[in-house]
Design a protein around this ligand. Sequence first.
Ligand SMILES: Nc1nc2c(ncn2[C@@H]2O[C@H](COP(=O)(O)OP(=O)(O)OP(=O)(O)O)[C@@H](O)[C@H]2O)c(=O)[nH]1
Ligand SMILES: [Mg+2]
Length: 297
Amino acid sequence: MKIGFFAILGKPNAGKSTLLNRLVGEKVSIVSWRPQTTRNKINGIANGDDYQIVFVDTPGIQHGKDKLSEYMSESVSSATKGADGILYVIDGSLRPEEDERKRIASLSRTTSTMIVVVNKMDYAKRERFVEVLASLNDIPDVIIVPLSAETGDNVDELLKVLKEHLEEGEAYFPTDQATDSTLRFMASEIVREKALKFLQEEIPHGIGVEIVKYISREDGVEEIHADIVCEKESHKPVIIGKGGETLKRIATAARKEMEDLAGCPVYLKLWVKVRPNWKGDSNLLSLLGYDVKDLKE
Ligand SMILES: Nc1nc2c(ncn2[C@@H]2O[C@H](COP(=O)(O)OP(=O)(O)OP(=O)(O)O)[C@@H](O)[C@H]2O)c(=O)[nH]1
Ligand SMILES: [Mg+2]
């Protein structure tokens, strides 16, 4: 069997998680139009008859100063360290940036296979897309693949290129598995995704989700209790909404998606808790699933 590990890197909002889900054929990583959606390393597994490719989704490369940002940067470095190659995703609808070109060139010197995916082919203006492609032309040793993660256009070509860069080996994960994330982790991510979707402005970046109870009941229902943790007292009524409406929308959307995922009824109960400065508190970060120690295994 042919196998390989590829880290998916790129700036926030480039479409890394959308691409991961597309390659794997299932939703294993949450997506939103807001930058900095992904906070952890997330494994997605593409299984074929004679190959297994493990993709590691990472948080968008950024430079925050709090402990959560540190955790996110560490996730990017640790994903890169363990990988056989890098898939670097660029948003092809945005003006090319010299800094990013330099980052790609320097990353390509550290890895054996460097593939640059120019994404959002369906959406970018043609001239801009061509400009982005042209800006990458003279970087040595990179393979450039234009595609749309959203529509799936040209993703076959990417898979073809990937398969040419695999090595002989044993499957790393069971071949019917699309991710090694636990249902508990996925449940917290789904709640966060719906909060990103239904909340306005700056609040979404200040929230974390803690699963406080997760039990498989004897009547076949998964019972999940989760806290939406926010940074400010003033955020709490906004998350709850008038007459509890916003929280209800988040809960209903999250529950439906969890039921699809778990294949059984889900009883989901959400609370909102204020924890000022949780992003700077190692203990709270660890409770919310952002523990640097986990990355250093
Ligand atoms: N039109 C279009 N939109 C896309 C495409 N790929 C991703 N998007 C959208 O771009 C936004 C960001 O997508 P994500 O997959 O969350 O991006 P990301 O790189 O994982 O972002 P972070 O996790 O924040 O680093 C979402 O609104 C996606 O629906 C694409 O090929 N075409
Ligand atoms: Mg993401």
